[in-house]
Design a protein. Structure first.
Length: 99
């Protein structure tokens, strides 16, 4: 099993790439929560424009990121209305938050 620091670095890297790829100006927030055992990263995105067209654009960007990390982690994506504010305090796993 990977060390916590390695998983936190992976989680942060995925989150920062996602924010840059999607565009900071188009999101209200983004969270990545990484499960340590199976290395599954849950990526939650709160968009300013939550239209179908914008979600499709964002998913295309996220699928490119998923391919970048294919050998290191599996990623699952979901669109949300707002970020869970205290996820880092409650989670006992690596977390990345951009708000």
């Amino acid at each position: 099993m990977a060390g916590v620091n390695e998983l936190q670095l992976l989680t942060t890297s995925i989150g920062e790439f996602a924010v840059d790829a999607i565009g900071r100006e188009t999101i209200n927030g983004l969270q990545v929560v990484m499960e340590a055992v199976d290395r599954l990263g849950h990526v939650s995105i709160a968009l300013k424009d939550n239209s179908d067209a914008e979600q499709k654009r964002v998913l295309r960007e996220l699928f490119d990121i998923e391919r970048m990390y294919y050998d290191e982690a599996a990623l699952a994506f979901q669109f949300i209305h707002e970020l869970e504010p205290d996820i880092a305090a409650k989670a006992n796993v690596p977390v990345y938050c951009y708000a």
